[in-house]
Write a protein that binds this ligand. Structure first.
Ligand code: NAD
Length: 733
């Protein structure tokens, strides 16, 4: 079986169909590339062939992209001179696509064979880079199709000519959201953006492409950049208009990424340098920067976490063996902020939802959240009135627990109070059938304790969402001591239905995500008390790629909540409580009424509209900035190690059973420096010996919380890496 097949028609059009056996969407392998080249060579050499259409054998997609597993392996397989090996491989891909683009033309641009791409649907990554090398791109009018170059999202950039061709086709300014943000468009938007040339009814796709191929003349198939006097749309860097674009793009990329993402910088360099030279040299430059990115450990770490492992977790890598547990009817207890969001995403996924609160008004308000959300979607053209009616129709808002009859999963999201939670658990389980799985969305209470309200603790589990539910991709599943396999399978199947990414961890204080976020926030607050300036603290984090610094984060989540958690933790831990220095600041802020963004006053001042105005000067009066401020790297290492050491301890304690979950969960759950691939990947990049050295230095200066965990110390002695030691199917230490 091969990935590509060719069918030479009597009309002289050779149709090359991409149809990878056994896959619902095509992905490109290195072997696939060779097959494509062989067929193109054959068609170009065959005098009976007048032109070519490249299309897909899949009904509603062209291709999902390059097989990223292959890219991840490419470097490792490139032998003693990996950069050279990679470069040669990438130049090989360029040569094939360039062959398609030139299609047998002579140096006067005569005598080539027209080649059209016919895309039935989704065309991503290499699935768009191949069409970009063709002479005309036809896309079927398929509203659910996504067309674009999302490579930047996993830490690389389009390196098979996509970068160079798109910029030359549309200009740097127009190409920048597509390249730098990985923005995807449906076919119509892709046409108005200038990415595809024609959108046609799906059943006419092949005929239209074929007809164009038969009619196209020499002039129609020469790319503008292969013609004399080509000028880049919007101007090259030394053109006055181009100058503005390039200066602006550079500032924008640095502003957005804070310089923390190697791929964004490399992409911009490839575009800038490529714009100054002829096309073939530009391809070579693109290849050099692409190899530079592939050689950076960040790119393989990002691909591993954000593509390979994320997908594996979504597909149920850690699902226990149990029959299909897809949810039909869901009960949601508590229609507040979280309950309303849970009802929304579940109804969107097609489930029947019963949304319960203490009084009808509160329940209705929770349901109205879905209506508001859908209205916003309609305004932005992302939803329709019918979709809204359909989605809302699935949600019943009520105070009647009897409506829970027949629910196969109930998620509780009432107040964070064990007594209230126990009461609603009992009431709900009295109504639901005996098979029903009961889940709590608690952020802080032990699952094993809450399970005591149920007679069937093996059917009790934690399903911990992050706020806002509809935006946050991660869902943390927490197994109590008695939680059984079916409950875990149910939670995983449910998360899959709502198309989020699950991690499954064991029950311990703050589970996994909050356990790591709290030390991050606390480290920031400690530094305030020591007289480190707040901008240095927050910017140090942002330059590491965190979406917000620790002080801004506390303002967003509320200082009141921080104080509440601190009191509860202290009560539970007694003399072992380690965070007095943090509480000093938090309790004082609380006393001053600086409760965070919602109160319009926190570490920052806010205007009446809630816009941040700058750090509150009162902070510097109480904690005057010290004269000698620490080096940026010291602040950054304090913030990073505070989190990653907690992640290592979670692994040591058996809270985490799989380092893949630790890495993916950190990036999706709290925006942990995505370029690093996650806490464990970051430690692997540093190397355990250096990490331990840093821990010793930090512990000496700042306290025992930076002591290297025994596991890390042992790994340093043996010079092991986490991915080396715990492998792909990592189990607890
Ligand atoms: P919320 O105060 O917005 O909503 C709680 C809702 O529960 C309210 O509408 C309330 O009327 C209802 N409720 C209270 N007692 C009830 C009862 N006896 N019967 C029926 N309904 C009752 O709170 P929230 O922020 O949505 O949090 C809910 C749960 O989710 C808590 O356990 C919280 O720890 C957890 N959580 C919150 C967040 C977050 O960021 N807010 C994140 C993850 C988890």
């Amino acid at each position: 079986m091969t990935d590509f097949e060719m069918d030479k028609g009597a009309d002289g059009v050779a149709v090359i169909r991409w149809d990878v056996p056994g896959k619902s969407m095509n992905v490109m392998s290195r072997e696939g590339f060779t097959e494509l080249e062989t067929l193109v060579d054959d068609a170009l050499a065959d005098e009976g062939v007048k032109g070519i259409v490249i299309t897909s054998g899949k009904d509603d997609s062209f291709a999902g992209g390059m097989d990223l597993n292959a890219i991840a392996r490419m470097r490792d397989e490139a032998g003693d001179a990996p950069a050279q090996g990679l470069f040669d491989g990438v130049m090989g891909m360029h040569a094939i696509l360039r062959k398609i683009e030139r299609a047998g033309m002579d140096d006067k641009n005569r005598g080539g064979k027209p080649i059209a791409a016919a895309l039935p649907g989704t065309a991503l990554g290499i699935g768009l880079e191949i069409p970009l090398a063709c002479h005309r791109i036809f896309a079927a009018d398929n509203a659910s199709a996504k067309i674009g170059l999302p490579e930047i999202m996993v830490g690389i950039f389009p390196g098979a000519g996509g970068t160079t061709r798109l910029v030359r086709k549309m200009g740097a300014m127009a190409a920048s959201p597509l390249l730098l943000e990985g923005k995807l468009n449906d076919p119509k938007k892709a046409k108005s953006a200038g990415v595809v040339d024609e959108v046609v009814p799906a059943d006419e796709l092949l005929d239209k492409a074929r007809a164009w191929v038969l009619e196209a003349g020499d002039k129609d198939i020469v790319k503008p950049w292969d013609e004399k006097g080509y000028k880049m749309p919007g101007g090259a860097p030394y053109h006055p208009q181009g100058f503005m674009t390039f200066v602006g793009a550079s500032a924008m990329v640095n502003g957005r990424t804070q310089g923390a993402f190697p791929a964004a910088k490399a992409l911009l360099s490839a575009v800038y340098e490529g714009a100054l030279v002829p096309f073939d040299t530009a391809l070579k430059i693109e290849a050099r920067w692409f190899v530079n990115v592939l050689m950076n450990p960040s790119s393989s770490a990002m691909i591993r976490s954000l593509f390979i492992n994320k997908e594996a977790l979504e597909k149920g890598a850690n699902r226990p063996d149990a029959p299909d547990q897809r949810v039909q009817k869901l009960g949601v207890l508590g229609a507040g902020m979280m309950g309303a969001g849970i009802a929304l995403v579940s109804a969107q996924a097609g489930m029947e939802v019963v949304l319960i609160d203490q009084d009808q008004a509160a329940a209705d308000k929770g349901r109205a959240y879905t209506a508001d959300y859908m209205d916003k979607g309609i305004k932005r053209g992302k939803a329709t009135e019918e979709k809204k009616v359909e989605t809302l129709g699935r949600i019943t808002a009520t105070t009647d627990y009897g409506a829970l009859n027949g629910c196969d999963l109930i998620i509780e999201a009432v107040f964070e109070d064990p007594a209230v939670k126990a009461e609603v658990t009992r009431k709900a389980l009295a109504e639901a059938g005996g098979d029903c799985i009961f889940a709590t969305n608690t952020s802080t209470l032990p699952i094993t304790d809450l399970a005591k309200a149920s007679d069937t603790p093996e059917q009790f589990i934690g399903i911990h969402f992050f706020s806002p539910v509809e935006k946050m991709q991660l869902v943390e599943i927490i197994k109590g001591k008695q939680t059984g396999d079916r409950a875990v399978a149910k939670a995983l199947d449910y998360v899959r239905q709502i198309r989020k990414t699950p991690i499954a961890v064991n029950d311990a204080r703050f589970f996994y995500a909050n356990r790591c976020i709290i030390p991050y926030i606390n480290e920031g607050i400690r530094m305030v008390a020591e007289g480190v300036t707040p901008p240095l603290i927050d910017n140090a984090a942002r330059q590491l790629g965190f979406p917000v610094g620790p002080l801004q984060l506390v303002d967003e989540t509320s200082i009141e909540l921080g104080a509440k958690i601190a009191r509860a933790t202290k009560a539970a831990m007694g003399d072992d409580y380690p965070d007095e220095a943090v509480d000093e600041v938090i309790f004082w802020m609380e006393g001053e009424g600086r409760l965070g963004r919602k109160a319009g006053a926190g570490f920052f001042d806010y205007d009446e509209k809630g816009q941040r105005q700058g750090y509150w000067p009162g902070l510097a009066e109480r904690y005057p900035p010290k004269d000698d401020q620490p080096e940026l790297i010291e602040v950054q290492h304090r913030l990073m190690f505070a989190q990653v050491l907690e992640a290592v301890r979670a692994l040591e304690d058996g809270v985490l059973e799989d380092i893949r979950e630790g890495d993916v969960g950190a990036i999706l759950g709290w925006g942990f420096a995505p370029w690093s691939g996650g806490p464990f990947s970051w430690l692997d990049i540093l190397g355990a010996p250096y990490a331990v050295e840093r821990c010793d230095a930090l512990a000496g200066r700042h306290g025992r919380r930076f002591d290297a965990p025994a596991l890390l110390r042992e790994m340093a002695e043996k010079n092991e890496t986490f991915y080396g030691r715990f492998g792909q199917h990592a189990q607890a230490a």
